[in-house]
Design a protein around this ligand. Structure first.
Ligand code: BES
Ligand code: MN
Ligand code: ZN
Length: 507
């Protein structure tokens, strides 16, 4: 479905469906805002008085106009109470409206999105962004490998036109047009992350992941590089290689560089993503149930690659280097064994107590490399621990940071995008659980506070550099269809990262 700004007044257009948004507490039975009500002999007034159209959040009413209007149908979309309305609700509603339209096979629909008196805190341009993101993400499908396709076969040529700008100032209209273009790029980026995660592990090996990163770079002003196993060995990334040893697939260390602020070459952010293309657990093998979900253990890497793609397409004034250590974690004949010792690139020795705690091992070397390169601040994204889901459920990811400013900035962006995160503590006391009797540190900290001890392990390699870690294991997949989410990959936290980088670039 094409989502476009309408060039003409939607009320003058022949449409299959006209979408009208209504607040529950401000629903106006005379519906003066909708001229169509008159041509329908106040039919809509009756529906409102009967309580059939009531504006309750999420309610969708399809009304036929029986040749009394250019628009064959009107779809009333309930926005709920005005005081409860926010951008998250806007995205969810837009997703459900778009799915409704798709399921009906309408070819041209229009949404009067500019005609609503929004709560003061919501700018009309942000409302339009939310509608574009909601519709675009809500309509996402992953059906490339199906011979008999479903939703993705619904007319590609169908379109949703956004309009109702008549009452807005020129300045507002400009802001809306810009916001819509940005929202499209942001949604495409989030969908790229979903695609990478949904792909099965045999079709998303480290080599293929690197190729996909290269492809994203080719379309944009990103500089792509991928280090081979030999180069990784030369750098001394013993922790990363210790994980890669159990697989025949060649590991890759993917580097994407974006220089949007060449006047400040010494200011360069480091963005790191866990790129385990399949996590069997290694010798400490996982149980069979749900192991297939571990094809998505490169969700951090996917988010990193996809947000770099978005940042480059938006040409933000910022410098970012993205680092992705990519490998499988398999129990091959030469796999690392529990009890083995590894030496990371910064010299730290690590006792591998459990080969299933591999994410922190590959990120240890990536963080050391980032520090070597002088990148700051550092943000890593990783499907790191099952324990984060125990702590926060599938509602929120975990945020860990040694820097309040960075943590607050991430938190703020997360509130804007609805990709929830909750800050967890990094108190020194938790470090004790990672103490080894034979090496500098060990890679597990016992059952208690599993996500925090994992984060403390990473902290060791981030050092004093301002750093934040997002544990996305709780949110990278959705088990149900829900608003903008389908079953499968969510694409979190791509929208939040792009929002953060947009704010940092404006500073
Ligand atoms: N990739 C997993 C974490 C994970 C679990 C991600 C569920 C998504 C969904 C990670 O590598 C892992 O296996 N972590 C272990 C750590 C433990 C061995 C200390 C875990 O969470 O059990
Ligand atoms: Mn694991
Ligand atoms: Zn893992």
């Amino acid at each position: 479905m094409n989502i476009e700004m309408s060039q003409t007044n939607l009320l003058d257009m022949d449409l299959d469906c006209l979408v009208s948004y209504v607040f529950e507490d401000e629903i106006d039975p005379s519906l003066e805002s909708l001229e169509l009500n008159k041509s329908l002999s106040d039919y809509i007034t009756d529906l409102i008085n009967d309580g059939e159209v009531n504006g309750r959040f999420g309610q969708l009413n399809l009304v036929h106009t029986h040749k009394n209007a250019k628009q064959k149908r009107i779809l009333f979309a309930g926005m709920g109470k005005k005081q409860d309305f926010n951008l998250d609700r806007a995205r969810k509603l837009a997703a459900n409206v778009a799915k409704f339209i798709r399921n009906k096979n309408f070819s041209v629909s229009g949404a009067l999105a500019g005609r609503i008196e929004l709560p003061k805190a919501i700018a009309v341009s942000d409302f339009f962004s939310a509608i574009v993101e909601g519709a675009s993400l809500g309509l996402y499908t992953f059906e490339d490998h199906m011979r008999k396709k479903g939703d993705s076969t619904k007319p590609e040529s169908s379109s949703l036109l956004l309009g109702g700008l008549g009452g807005l100032t020129n300045k507002q209209q400009d802001a809306v047009h810009k916001a819509v273009e940005t929202a499209k790029v942001v949604s495409e980026s989030a969908k790229l992350a979903r695609d990478l995660v949904n792909e099965p592990a045999n079709l998303m090996t480290p080599t293929i992941l690197a190729e996909r990163a290269k492809l994203a770079a080719k379309d944009t002003k990103l500089d792509y590089q991928s280090l081979t196993k030999k180069q990784i060995e030369k750098l001394g990334m013993g922790a990363f290689l210790g994980v890669a040893k159990g697989s025949h697939e060649e590991p890759k260390f993917i580097i994407l560089k974006y220089s949007g602020d060449p006047k400040n070459p010494d200011k360069e952010l480091g963005l790191l993503g866990k790129g385990i293309t399949f996590d069997s657990g290694g010798i400490s093998i996982k149980p069979a149930a749900n192991m297939s979900a571990m094809k998505g253990d490169m969700g951090g890497a996917a988010a990193v690659i996809a947000s770099m793609y978005g940042v480059a397409r938006l040409e933000l004034k910022i410098n970012i280097t993205a680092l992705v250590p990519a490998t499988e974690n398999l129990p091959g004949g030469s796999a690392t064994k529990p009890g083995d010792l590894l030496t990371a690139m910064n010299g730290t020795t690590i006792e591998v107590e459990n080969t299933d705690a591999e994410g922190r091992l590959v990120l240890a070397d990536a963080l050391a490399y980032a520090n070597d390169q002088g990148l700051s601040p550092l943000i890593d994204i990783a499907t790191l621990t099952g324990a984060i889901g125990v702590a926060l459920g599938s509602v929120s990811m975990g945020l860990f940071s040694n820097d309040d400013t960075l943590a607050n900035q991430l938190n703020e962006s997360s509130l804007d995008t609805g990709e929830k995160m909750w800050r967890m503590p990094l108190w020194d006391e938790y470090k004790d659980q990672n103490k080894s009797t034979v090496a500098d540190i060990k890679n597990t900290g016992g059952r208690q506070a599993g996500s925090i001890t994992a984060a403390q392990f990473l902290h060791e390699f981030a050092g004093d550099t301002p750093w934040a870690h997002l544990d996305i294991a709780s949110v990278f997949m959705s088990s149900k269809v829900d608003g903008i989410y389908q079953k499968g990959a969510t694409g979190q936290p791509v929208r939040t990262l792009i929002s953060l980088f947009t704010k940092l670039a404006a500073k």
